[in-house]
Design a protein around this ligand. Sequence first.
Ligand code: FES
Length: 122
Amino acid sequence: MKEAVKEIVCQEEDLQPGEMMSATFGRHDVVVCRASDGHYYAFLDRCIHQGAELSKGKICGAPEPTDELGEYNFQREGDILRCPWHGREFDIKNNGCMLANEKLKLRNFKVVVEDGQVALTK
Ligand code: FES
């Protein structure tokens, strides 16, 4: 039986909630994100629009409409990954789905946290 590939990408304390970093996993450039709930997520570090490095973007929140026409609340701070080139936004905690079109999503990788180390596996 083939053993699962697992690579340590950082230490738990390297990222605080709402932060991200670039890393490599095998031959892939990845962006490792720590969402507002403290959980880690990892995605291919290439925007599905035109290939920008997402790790050079921003982790932020997203505006959500209110009952008042033209009024928005800024919510989900720390859970949205915004591309640096054209601003497409991806939901970190929902498999990297694009906010504007949930049928489109980033390639994601499985993250395991053991003994203070954050690793990717497949
Ligand atoms: S390359 Fe990411 S939004 Fe265009």
